[in-house]
Design a protein around this ligand. Structure first.
Ligand code: CO
Length: 514
């Protein structure tokens, strides 16, 4: 059994389920691009697991030795792991954003980052430089025949799903323009009433200012934007994710203020100028999705108030008995990013853990009640794709090894929200997990296109795919878990030839791109 070597640990860290030095190695850049069949495999890849897992995340975290100030400023690198007939193929490519190409060519940092990266040259070089590098590093998904790398402050980059080659910026036939944004957290509504029961993709954009404009976009299965509506909310909004139901898009406007002055003067990144306001409430904005439908008049957004908290990610939402429910990973507070601090020196014990909460919204009375569903530190929630926006039973998340406190994500947690049962698989002390992508068995090629059976009882029938950084070997594994029984451990562990820096989000498509 692997153990943390106490000789490398301070007296304080002996009790930690991880080794800080090993954890830090997951923030090294990966400079090479690979294309190979994975040969080093423990266990067996299920032969009926067919399709491609796409992952995105910051792959380059420095330029010529000058580190970016925060991993969220890193350049997007997309990985594709294609499963077919019991084999798996790996490929990774950096998104050739114009900023990435320029910085590679000049071999130095040319852009400020939202999360505090500054150009060399001090204030004179940075003050009043508001240019953004579209870093395409947050999510990747295959929709309407297009593979899109997403970053919330700008338009998507389109990639070739077979080669991961960057094809250019995606404007959806003029629906977006050069100044537009397109969030990194689209949902696929599995059955959209406005599209005759076909799936549609729902996403949004945020245009911040003294008041904030939220635009909701809906894309048909050919990848065209077919509906959009804009809504305004007072004040500055930092909204990374949202939730949907068949009738609503739901946004949490976290209680923050933004002071642009240090950013303008070149002292800080824009993200470092955001301050959490624990004494103010969270505003919940409920936007009707029944748009572009002549039978329905335009409906205004509704605003509700909830107790203070900070949400990056929502797990799911659903409508039931006239009420709206939203399940979210919520933090008691958001510590300010410190301008001089090194993110690799993060003291987890000083930070509030993300915990799963259920918010119950009554649109008639504007009343919000909330209840904590899970106190273990967790992030990156994922549900069965057919349950998006619907009542559901199982939630899969990255989680801390220990039941209390804050720590890097080393475990996968399966929460049964009906029975209250929990299952946990932990990769501690050497392993650091990423978002667990749930792949229903019904997504495999032979059953694709067939109507989904009544999910009652088989909502967890499928696999969880997650990348695990192995701190002892400084390489990453693709881990496959049986979603019905995750505590038995991986059914297959695919050893890559290299590491993959800690990533953000990804998705699975039943199409095989190898
Ligand atoms: Co996210």
């Amino acid at each position: 059994m692997l153990r943390v070597r106490s000789s490398e640990s301070t007296a304080e860290s002996v009790s930690l389920p991880y080794n800080v030095k090993q954890w830090q190695k997951g923030y090294e850049s990966l400079s090479e691009e690979f294309d190979y069949w994975i040969e080093e495999i423990e266990g067996t890849i299920p032969p009926d697991l067919q399709g491609t897992l796409f992952r995105n995340g910051p792959g380059r975290l420095e330029v010529n030795g000058a580190r970016f100030h925060h991993p969220f400023d890193g350049d997007g690198m997309v990985c594709a792991i294609a499963f077919s007939k019991g084999r798996a193929h790996f490929r990774n490519r950096f998104v050739r954003t114009s900023g990435f190409v320029e910085e590679q060519r000049e071999n130095r940092i040319l852009y400020r980052g939202v999360f505090g990266t500054q150009k060399p040259g001090g204030l004179l070089a940075n003050a009043f430089d508001f240019r953004l590098k579209n870093i395409a590093n947050t999510n990747v998904l295959y929709w309407g025949g297009k593979l899109l790398a997403l970053w919330e402050a700008a338009v998507p980059h389109r990639l070739d799903p077979g080669t991961l080659e960057t094809l250019g910026l995606e404007y959806f036939e003029g629906a977006l323009d050069a100044g537009s944004a397109f969030a990194a957290h689209p949902w696929i509504d599995p059955s959209s009433a406005q599209d005759g029961g076909a799936p549609c993709l729902v996403n949004f954009s945020i245009k911040p200012g003294l008041s904030t404009t939220i635009t909701l976009y809906e894309l048909n299965s050919q990848g065209a934007i077919v509906r959009q509506s804009a809504h305004r909310t007072p004040g500055f909004a930092f909204i990374h994710d949202f939730a949907i139901t068949p009738n609503y898009g739901i946004f949490f406007q976290n209680p923050v203020v933004f002071n642009p002055l240090p950013y303008a003067l070149g002292l800080k990144g824009a993200g470092e100028c955001i301050r959490f306001q624990p004494d103010q409430s969270t505003r919940i904005i409920v936007v009707p999705r029944q748009i572009g439908n002549p039978a329905q008049d335009y409906q205004a957004a509704q605003f509700l108030e909830a107790q203070s908290g900070f949400v990056f990610h929502h797990a799911n939402a659903f409508e039931q008995d006239g009420l709206l429910y939203v399940d979210s990973v919520c933090y008691e507070n958001l510590p300010a990013l410190k301008a001089g601090a090194d993110y690799r020196e993060t003291d987890f014990s000083t930070l509030a853990p993300g915990q799963l909460w259920r918010f119950q919204l009554d649109l008639k009375t504007s009343r919000v009640e909330r209840q904590r569903l899970e106190s273990r530190c967790c992030e990156f929630p994922f549900v069965h794709p057919d349950r998006v926006g619907r009542s559901y039973r199982y939630l899969f998340m990255g989680a801390a090894h220990e039941a209390t406190g804050n720590a890097p994500l080393q475990a996968i947690l399966k929460a049964d929200l009906v029975s209250g049962d929990r299952q946990l698989w932990s990769a501690a002390p050497w392993g650091y997990v990423s978002e667990p992508v749930f792949v229903p068995r019904s997504a495999s090629a032979d059953r694709r296109g067939l109507p989904t059976a009544d999910l009652e009882g088989d909502e967890d029938e499928g696999w969880l795919l997650t990348l695990v950084f192995d701190g002892t070997r400084q390489r990453s594994d693709v881990v496959i878990l049986d979603a019905r029984n995750i505590q038995q451990g991986p059914i297959a562990r695919l050893h890559l030839k290299h590491h993959i820096p800690y990533g953000l989000h990804g998705s699975f498509t039943p199409e095989v791109f190898n």
